[in-house]
Design a protein around this ligand. Structure first.
Ligand code: AMP
Length: 223
């Protein structure tokens, strides 16, 4: 099963992707994380995408698709995987289908308003040591600006500034329509209300995925 998480930055895709990985065993693949790693390493690709990422705009479809293709060809993705942050454009969805068109898929759109996103991302902090993500407004464990897991000083992502968040939301709205239409036509699109508590959102996702996985297993057993 290929699980695709759609939703603007701040909708909770990363958190829900991790919960799906833990519960179902499908690895979570975040293109944002993979690209940030390239920037950190200072690789050729990292140098090409650093400025674009900082501005909140999208990296070229071909570049990001290459990263995804390399990752989903790894052995741990054989039974399935969760894509967080890819595809982001209709063209990326079509490129993905060229790589692995016949894999059963479920697309989850996490819905949330721009104001709720602004509030969430303004409080988001990441740990440069172990990559854990926190929110200073909700996580009571953050008392001194340090990571409770590894002790490193927490930082804001450089694309979590208010003007960049607005730009990322604008781009999301601009590009998501054709993608939703595409998956709706394929009858693989499911919508989830992202304003609720993490466990409640995951409860809705589980209902959908349990059903979809059972169905796809039933279909593959048919002669
Ligand atoms: P994210 O962590 O998913 O919010 O992604 C951070 C940034 O990485 C985005 O603002 C884009 O610049 C870039 N990026 C991540 N995934 C994609 C994608 N599928 N297509 C284009 N750019 C992407």
């Amino acid at each position: 099963m290929r699980i695709i998480l759609l939703g603007p930055a701040g909708s909770g895709k990363g958190t829900q992707g991790e919960l799906i990985e833990r519960h179902y065993g499908f690895p979570r693949i975040s293109t944002g994380d993979l690209l940030r790693l390239e920037v950190q390493k200072g690789s050729e690709l990292g140098k090409m995408v650093a400025e674009v990422m900082k501005s909140g705009r999208l990296v070229a479809d071909e570049l990001v698709t290459r990263v995804v293709r390399d990752r989903i060809n790894a052995p741990d993705c054989r039974a399935g995987y969760v894509l967080d942050g890819y595809p982001r454009t209709l063209n990326q969805a079509l490129l993905l289908e060229k790589i692995e068109g016949d894999r059963p898929e479920t697309v989850l759109e996490i819905q949330i308003s721009e104001e709720a996103v602004m509030e969430r991302l303004a409080g988001r902090r990441v740990c440069p040591g172990c990559a854990a993500v926190y929110n200073i407004n909700n996580d009571k464990v953050i008392t001194d600006g340090r990571c409770p897991a590894c002790g490193a000083g927490l930082v804001a992502r450089n694309d979590d500034r208010p003007e960049v968040i607005r730009e990322r939301f604008r781009i999301y709205r601009e590009t998501i329509g054709p993608l939703l239409e595409h998956y709706s036509r394929k009858q693989v699109l499911f919508q989830v209300d992202g304003r609720r508590a993490v466990e409640e959102v995951f409860g809705s996702i589980r209902l959908i995925l349990d059903n979809r996985i059972a169905r796809s297993q039933g279909e593959s057993r048919r002669p």
